[in-house]
Design a protein around this ligand. Structure first.
Ligand code: 6PG
Length: 243
């Protein structure tokens, strides 16, 4: 890590979300630091609790982080993989978040397949949301949640002007039928369930996210700001998005 580039600030905002902004001079530095932190979190969880339950981000940003994890020295048998959201597409569709993670990482490590939990989104939003909620009812607080940020401030498949599931009685999963980011039909973990985590890291790269970051740091009223784990969130971001 190039410490000169790492500016970590604590920045509260109007919502109840405590944000720690970690800025990096370039994407490669951000990705390397993210891998280091993921492996540190895994080591700590495995030491303390004997296992590591991680929720993967979808989209394209995390791909290189997943590729770098392929060669990590860790006890894969203790890892349990979940997904923050999934597009309702055939299981082998190129746009599936589960396919991206599998091709970039999961099919190259010896993690028991019974410990990889894709969202069965090929079955449609309602059935898949119900099935995944049933699975998650057996899963304690996540050790780590990875999330991306969309240009409109969405995260996972929690979109502006949609129910983000951040109420006390919100379900663990949400069926989405009219997502503004194609495909329209998706399944997402709710903000409430994403917040039930020991640690949450957002990975934010790409100039297209600049406006969403500005809104986030100003009023904190974007879907990403409804993820409010007790310990706050860590946002790994390219420095030019903070100018
Ligand atoms: C999805 C993702 C979504 C993604 C953001 C950022 O299924 O589309 O879960 O929330 O993380 O849209 O996408 P990029 O990483 O491709 O910019």
């Amino acid at each position: 890590m190039n410490w000169a580039n790492l500016m970590s600030t604590i920045n509260g905002n109007s919502s109840s979300q405590l944000c720690r902004w970690h800025s990096f001079a370039n994407t490669a530095e951000l990705e390397k630091s993210a891998v280091t932190e993921i492996l540190r979190a895994a080591h700590e969880a495995i030491q303390k609790r004997g296992s590591f339950h991680i929720v993967l981000a979808g989209g394209t940003t995390p791909r290189r982080v997943y590729e770098l994890l392929k060669t990590a020295n860790t006890n894969w048998a203790a890892w349990h993989i979940y997904f923050g959201d999934e597009r309702c597409l055939p299981i082998d569709h190129a746009e599936r978040n589960s396919l991206m993670a599998t091709q970039a990482w999961l099919n190259s490590i010896d993690i028991p397949t019974s410990q990889i939990h894709p969202i069965p989104a090929e079955e449609g939003p309602l059935i898949a949301a119900e099935k995944y909620a049933a699975l998650l009812s057996q899963v304690a607080t996540f050790d780590l949640v990875l999330l991306g940020l969309g240009e409109d401030g969405h995260t996972a498949s929690l979109f502006p002007q949609h129910d983000v599931g951040n109420q006390a009685n919100s379900p663990a999963t949400l069926a989405v039928f009219d997502a503004p980011k194609p495909p329209p039909q998706r399944v997402s973990l709710s903000a409430k369930r994403l917040s039930d985590a020991h640690q949450v890291i957002f990975l934010v790269t790409g100039n297209s996210k600049k406006e969403a970051v500005k809104n986030w740091r100003a009023e904190g009223k974007i879907p990403a700001s409804t993820v409010t784990p007790k310990q706050g969130v860590d946002i790994y971001i390219e420095s030019q998005l903070l100018d």
